[in-house]
Design a protein around this ligand. Structure first.
Ligand SMILES: Cc1ncc(COP(=O)(O)O)c(C=O)c1O
Length: 414
C-alpha cells in the first residue's frame, strides 16, 4: 500500500501522508536529463541492445566488481537464463530460501528442476547456511542465495557448502545492487549474479529490465547467446534460447540513474540509521524487532523491515493505513506454503523461521528522498499505537517528539 505524499516539509503532527515509495521525487530533478537521453535513442533508431545497453553493461560490470555484465529483460529472466546457462534441468535440485519473491523459485521449476527450500536466519531474513548444508544431495546442482532487503548473505559459509560438491552459486541480487560483504559486491561472489531494474529497486528503470554478472568468459558468452534465441550467426541456432533483451530506452534511463546510485545508497543508509535511533529513543526496540546488520556488510536498504510480534501486525498496519502511512508485507507466505508448490509436499512447520517471519514482518517507507519529519511521523504513529495498547504503562514518551522537525533533520539528509 502506498500513498501520494503531501510534498511539503510539515511538522510530523500535521503531515497528511507518508508514501511507502515516491519515485516522483527521485525523477523530478532527473526528468529533463532522462527525456534528452530517450530522445537520443529515438534519433539513433537502435532500440534493442544498442549503444546505451553496451555502456550500461560495461558500467554495471565495473560497479558490481564483475568481469562481464549482460543485459536482459527482467530479474526473473536473469534467474532463468543463469540456471539455463548452468544446464540445470529435470532431475536436478536447486536449494533456495523459501522466504523470497516467487521468481527465485519459478526459474527452477520452469526448467523442470526441483526447488529445495531452506529456512532463514531470523535476524537477517537471509538463507540459513546451516540448514542449507543439510539439504545437499547428489542431485543438488545449484544454490540460489537471495540478498534480501539489501543485505548480502553469508557467502563464505555458502561457498564452504558448495565448493566441495561442485555446486554452483547463483546470486539473486535483485534487491542488492552495491551491497557488499567484506568489500565484495553482490553479483561478484557466485558463478552468476542476477539483478532486477524493476522500478521499486534501488536502481529502477522506467519499466522492466535485468542484468546478469559473471567472472567467467564462457558463461558470459553462453548468457549472451541464450538471451537472443541461441542465435549466432543470424538465423542459425546452436541452442534453444529465449528472447530476453534489454531495451535501449531502459538502458538510457538507467545510465543516468547509475550516476546517483552511491548517493542514494548513502541516503538510504542514513534513513535506516535514523529509524533505528528513533525507535530506540522511543523505547520501541523493546516491542518491535529492528533490522539486524551483520558486521562487514554494506547494507543498501532496499527495504527497512521490522518484526511486529504477538499477532499485532495486522492491527498496526491498519492503524498506519488510517494515518495514511504506506507499508508492505514482504512476504506474507513462504514459498513452501504456496498453493503452486503444494506438490512438493512441504508442511508449513518444516521451515519454522520462514513461517514466523511471514507472520510478523512489516516494511516501512524508505527511499532516498524520505524526509526526517516523515520518518518522525511514522515512528510517532507506531509509538502511539503501542502506547494505547499498553494503557500508557510500558512505553516511555518518545524523546524525539519533544524536538522540532528542524532538529530532527540532520546533515545526513542532504
Ligand atoms: C528477490 C527477487 N528476485 C527476483 C525478482 C524478479 O525481478 P523482476 O521483477 O525484474 O523480474 C525480484 C523483483 O521483484 C526480487 O525482489
Amino acid at each position: 500500500m502506498s500513498f501520494a505524499s503531501n510534498g511539503n516539509g510539515s511538522h510530523p503532527s500535521t503531515l497528511q501522508s507518508v508514501p511507502l515509495l515516491d519515485l516522483a521525487r527521485q525523477h523530478a530533478g532527473l526528468k529533463e536529463e532522462m527525456l534528452a537521453a530517450i530522445g537520443r535513442v529515438f534519433d539513433s533508431g537502435g532500440f534493442v541492445l544498442g549503444a546505451d545497453v553496451l555502456e550500461l553493461e560495461q558500467r554495471m560490470a565495473t560497479y558490481c566488481q564483475a568481469k562481464h555484465a549482460i543485459g536482459c529483460a527482467s530479474g526473473s529472466d536473469a534467474l532463468l537464463l543463469a540456471l539455463t546457462a548452468l544446464d540445470i534441468s529435470a532431475g536436478d535440485q536447486v536449494i533456495l530460501p523459501s522466504f523470497t519473491f516467487f521468481a527465485t523459485a519459478s526459474a527452477v521449476t520452469r526448467l523442470g528442476a526441483t526447488p529445495v527450500f531452506a529456512d532463514i536466519d531470523p535476524r537477517t531474513f537471509n538463507i540459513d547456511p546451516v540448514h542449507a548444508a543439510k539439504l545437499v544431495t547428489s542431485a543438488t546442482k545449484a544454490i540460489i542465495p537471495v540478498h534480501l532487503f539489501g543485505q548480502t548473505v553469508d557467502s563464505e559459509a555458502l561457498a564452504r557448502i558448495a565448493r566441495p560438491h561442485g555446486i554452483a552459486i547463483v546470486e539473486d541480487a535483485a534487491q542488492a545492487i552495491g551491497a557488499e560483504i567484506q568489500g565484495r559486491r553482490a553479483g561478484s561472489i557466485g558463478a552468476i549474479g542476477c539483478f532486477s531494474f524493476y522500478p521499486t529497486k534501488n536502481l529502477g528503470g522506467a519499466g522492466d529490465g535485468g542484468m546478469l554478472t559473471t567472472q567467467s568468459d564462457d558463461l558470459a558468452d553462453r548468457l549472451r547467446l541464450l538471451r537472443g534465441h541461441g542465435m549466432r550467426p543470424r538465423y542459425y541456432h546452436s541452442c534453444i534460447g529465449i528472447n530476453s533483451r534489454l531495451d535501449s530506452l531502459q538502458a538510457a534511463v538507467l545510465n543516468i540513474k547509475l550516476n546517483y546510485i552511491d548517493k542514494w545508497t548513502e541516503l538510504r543508509q542514513a534513513k535506516a540509521t535514523r529509524y533505528t535511533e528513533m525507535f530506540t529513543d522511543a523505547g520501541l526496540d523493546r516491542v518491535l524487532v529492528l533490522p539486524h546488520t551483520r558486521p562487514g556488510m554494506r547494507h543498501v536498504w532496499n527495504q527497512y523491515v521490522v518484526r511486529v510480534p504477538d499477532g499485532q501486525r495486522a492491527v498496526l498496519r491498519e492503524a498506519l493505513s488510517e494515518a495514511r502511512i504506506g507499508t508492505e508485507i514482504y512476504y506474507p507466505l513462504g514459498l513452501h506454503q504456496q498453493q503452486c508448490f503444494r506438490y512438493l509436499g512441504y508442511h508449513p512447520e518444516d521451515l519454522p523461521e520462514t513461517k514466523k517471519a511471514a507472520e510478523d514482518v512489516l516494511a516501512l517507507p524508505i527511499f532516498p528522498e524520505l524526509r526526517a519529519d516523515e520518518q518522525a511521523f511514522v515512528v510517532q504513529r507506531i509509538a502511539a499505537f503501542f502506547a494505547a495498547r499498553s494503557n500508557g504503562h510500558s512505553i516511555p514518551a518518545p524523546k524525539f517528539l519533544t524536538r522540532t522537525s528542524n532538529q530532527t533533520a540532520t546533515a545526513r539528509d542532504r
